[in-house]
Write a protein that binds this ligand. Sequence first.
Ligand code: HEM
Length: 212
Amino acid sequence: MSLAFAWPPEAYLWFKTLHIVGVVVWFAGLFYLVRLFIYHREAEELEPALVEPFQQQYALMARRLANIITTPGMVVAVVCAAGLLSVNPSWLQQGWMHAKLAFVAALLAYHAFCYRLMGQLQQGTCRWSPKQLRALNELPTLLLVIVVMLVVFKNQFPTGAATWLIVALVLFMAASIQLYARWRRLRAERLRAEQLAAEQLAVAAGGGGAAA
Ligand code: HEM
């Protein structure tokens, strides 16, 4: 009697379905997590009495998002990827899979780094500015594009076109971050100027009333 385990014929498709679902959940979590870190840091610009309650709320939201959505999504994606490889181990002999595994390792390192940042934010020791966090938040997008291209094109990976695509994406992201930072700075300056004008008007009106 043979003890060798044989997967049922449809196992591969089940693993692939759950792998894709896990990947979607994982990325949804990763994208929103760093956005919460940005809000956490930007809360420092609020009135002093509001800073702590807002930051506590963002820290709670980040912890729950990371532990209830992001990490379970990652576990489902990785466990089902292991299932895919155990049904079809020949993938491990292919170049595209080696490249994919290298980028997935980078993604796992990013995931771990997000936990580190989350700890620092909770302890008030995070030195990353909102602008730097915005740039960091683009990293999983780049990894997503590369990994999906690898899994779709496999050994016919279009290296030249992919390089152009990544360069265009990086330029677009960098320009968007700079423009947004400029827009926020100009808006803050305008609000400060309006507030100053309102205060001066109030003083003038008060002074006029006393004179009358
Ligand atoms: C833990 C490491 C991972 C391994 C070992 C792995 C392995 C695999 C394998 C063997 C397939 C089936 C390929 C096929 O049947 O053509 C697959 C499909 C897929 N993987 Fe992964 N994967 C991993 C992580 C990821 C990540 C992080 C992403 C997203 C960024 C991803 C996205 C996809 C997609 C979209 C498919 C479906 C492709 C298709 O059916 O054409 N995988 N993966």
